[in-house]
Design a protein around this ligand. Structure first.
Ligand SMILES: Cc1ncc(COP(=O)(O)O)c(C=O)c1O
Length: 452
């Protein structure tokens, strides 16, 4: 039987995260070296390494018998818990009516893009999830490249908006940011919002990393500064290490009854509601409790320690710079200083760079610039610092938390050996590159410390 696939689907490129997955698997099965059974130093996948909080797991088990469909916007108890959560952690007063629950924020962002009219403004570098959605929906879009500080420049935003003639524009604003790990200050938000108000720009504020902000009091939600024009999205995936639960929520702007009505139609048409037991599990994750608070504090502290380590070690490689993460488990490294050597070694693009780094003998997976919606020749890359046993690190931290700088170094060496070895591998890669090596130098593998 030959099935005919709709042309619109045929035309979609494989989303970057799937591409990366496929590439890693293919590389793996093709690699003839016995050392390839080791796998790789994983700086590519953006998944929290921690365990799902125990009380969330327990609530899931306790509610496993609930087989009925939930109400389209989400179960009442959960929307109330999310409202409390936003009041307690983000100082926002949100009526539960303004909250819709969905199967992950990725889907919710897609649903919002489905109903909202207007050209999309996509600041870059960006998370690799947005662009395929925008393209699939055939929406007009414009990139907004970051300034030297790797953040949105409000003047650039204004200039771009002035060129667009839509009555309404949609800014996708990801704060804290994937891939840079940076956090916008209240002042910075206010200046951006001034432009949004003047230029009729509404905001989809993807705040999925809000709870990971290292100095937590520094995080300010866009929903607080621009409540009449912001759709805030957040969920369980990063803060509760539960991406696989597929639960996110959107807070609609003030005075958005009609938008919600339209949104409800889309949700009811596409997925009816989120899995009922998962919603009940999420209640435990969003309700204010000592256990959850401790979980957030410890996990964000460990992310900070790992981030500091990766930042420091990268800067020890001559010529490499990076953002200094203030949240998330990412930083954006800049390897452009090596452009001449890349070119001499027939590595013309960041895609090729990430391919050569995954190959034997380096075995190191990163996300290259072109998967971050940067120019193909921009040798920037995202490094995620999550390749360690999160539960072990969590317990070790709780037993005896590292205080001094040397305690923290020791903590990383003991609890995240692959993060340590992978950085050495990146250094080795650049040593070889500088020696005018070809991308596939077959160096002595015995110098490699393989950690399983
Ligand atoms: C910036 C950003 N937004 C959204 C998501 C998706 O989150 P969810 O699991 O809620 O769909 C991710 C996941 O990596 C992300 O990095």
């Amino acid at each position: 039987m030959k099935f005919i696939i709709d042309q619109q689907v045929e035309d979609i490129e494989l989303p970057e995260n799937l591409k990366l997955n496929t590439f890693l698997q293919e590389f793996h099965s093709d690699c003839p070296h016995p050392e390839c059974s080791f796998g790789f130093y994983g700086y590519a996948f953006g998944q929290s390494p921690f365990h799902v909080p125990r009380l969330v797991q327990k609530a899931l088990v306790d509610n496993a018998h609930k087989g009925q469909y939930a109400a389209v916007p989400g179960v009442e108890e959960l929307r109330e818990a999310i409202s409390e959560y936003n009041k307690y952690y983000f100082h926002m007063d949100v009526d539960p009516d303004r909250i819709y629950v969905g199967p992950g924020t990725k889907e919710l962002i897609y649903n919002l893009l489905e109903i909202l009219h207007g050209t999309v403004i996509l600041p870059t570098p960006a998370w690799l999830g947005y662009l395929p959605q925008i393209r699939f929906l055939k929406k007009n879009y414009h990139m907004l490249p970051a300034g030297v500080d790797k953040k949105i420049n409000p003047q650039d935003l204004e200039k771009l908006a002035l060129r667009l003639h839509d009555r309404q524009k949609i800014l996708i604003f990801n704060n804290p940011n994937n891939p840079t790990g940076l956090v916008y200050s209240k002042k910075e938000l206010e200046v951006i919002v001034e432009v949004c108000r003047e230029q009729n720009i509404i905001v989809i504020a993807d705040e999925i990393y809000a709870q990971t902000t290292y100095e937590f009091e520094n995080f300010v939600s866009m929903g607080k500064i621009y409540p009449e024009g912001t759709f805030v999205t957040n969920g369980l995936s990063k803060s509760h290490a539960a991406g696989g639960y597929r639960l996110g929520y959107v807070i609609f702007p003030q005075h958005s009854v009609d938008v919600r009505r339209q949104f409800k139609k889309i949700v009811a048409t596409e997925y009816t509601a989120v899995t009922t037991p998962i919603q009940h599990a999420a209640v435990a994750g969003f309700q204010i409790s000592k256990e959850m608070d401790e979980y957030f504090q410890i996990t964000r502290k460990i992310h900070e320690i790992m981030g500091e380590y990766v930042y420091e070690k990268l800067h020890e490689i001559s010529g490499v710079t990076s953002t200094k993460p203030q949240a998330t488990f990412y930083l954006l490294a800049d390897f452009n200083r090596f452009t001449p050597e890349f070119n001499a070694s027939k590595i013309p693009t960041s895609q090729k760079f990430s391919e050569t780094l995954i190959q034997h003998p380096y075995h190191t997976a990163i996300v290259g610039g072109d998967s971050l919606v940067l120019e193909r020749t921009d040798f920037s890359a995202r490094l995620a610092f999550v390749d360690y046993d999160g539960k072990k690190a969590y317990d070790a931290f709780r037993d005896d938390f590292p205080k001094s700088h040397s305690d923290k170094l020791e903590f990383v060496k003991t609890n995240a050996p692959k993060v340590v070895s992978g950085l050495k591998m990146i250094e080795t890669y650049f040593d070889h590159l500088l020696q005018n090596a070809e991308s596939k130098i077959d160096c002595d593998f015995s110098s490699l410390s393989v950690v399983n």
